[in-house]
Design a protein. Structure first.
Lengths: 113, 118
């Protein structure tokens, strides 16, 4: 069975500051890990994914995430926040070879001007 | 990029009526589509996996007679909430997998449908 925990339902950062959104997972088999972003009234958009290759994954819009097996974490970061980054972010996990996604509860990111 | 259109975006209906939600892949063929339900401040919960030309696979605890899924073509899947009741009010989201990307675990999501049952 798989599960995802996103620490912090709301995160606020100043424009230009570091963005750090936390995600911890639980999986009985090697996982695939994903970060999705959802803007208001839009569908979820894939930011990046980890599929057992490089542990540091770079995504769109300057985001990246690092897979740390020892910590069962897949935190999302961006060096410098932009106003357009304000959105809801979801971490998700699927077992290797299985398409079913298990989502976290989401983190709403607010950017302070 | 791959686009998934979901319609309607919002629907309000009376208790006891049925509501159909459409999910279309606009620029790719989708042999597999997924239906999720999202409650306020909760995560997306997978309801069922829809495969073109075959019966949908429902997750444990999801009533198949309540939530009818039809995936009759490679670009369209529909979810019908039958005899809707207020407890069925929720945000329903579909996603689709491009058949050319089999094994890549990439799903493209629609914008969701907000269902309110009075």
């Amino acid at each position: 069975a798989q599960s995802v925990t996103q620490l912090g339902s709301h995160v606020s950062v100043s424009e230009g500051a570091l963005v750090l959104l936390r995600c911890n997972y639980s999986s009985s088999v090697p996982p695939y890990l994903f970060w999705y972003v959802q803007y208001p009234n839009q569908g979820l958009q894939l930011l990046l994914k980890y599929t057992s290759a490089a542990t540091l994954v770079k995504g769109i819009n300057g985001f990246e995430a690092e897979f740390k097996k020892s910590e069962t974490s897949f935190h999302l970061t961006k060096p410098s926040a932009h106003m357009s980054d304000a959105a809801e972010y979801f971490c998700a996990v699927s077992p290797f070879g299985n398409e079913k996604l298990t989502f976290g509860t989401g983190t709403r990111l607010t950017i302070i001007p | 990029g791959a686009v998934v259109s979901q319609h309607p975006s919002r629907v309000i209906c009376k208790s006891g009526t049925s509501v159909k939600i459409e999910c279309r892949s606009l620029d790719f063929q989708a042999t597999t589509m997924f239906w999720y339900r999202q409650f306020p401040k909760q995560s997306l919960m997978l309801m069922a996996t829809s495969n073109e030309g075959s019966k949908a696979t429902y997750e444990q605890g999801v009533e198949k007679d309540k939530f009818l899924i039809n995936h009759a073509s490679l670009t369209l899947s529909t979810l019908t909430v039958t005899s809707a009741h207020p407890e069925d009010s929720s945000f329903y989201i579909c996603s689709a997998r491009d058949w050319r990307e089999f094994g890549k675990n990439i799903q493209y999501f629609g914008a969701g449908t907000r269902l309110s049952v009075l």
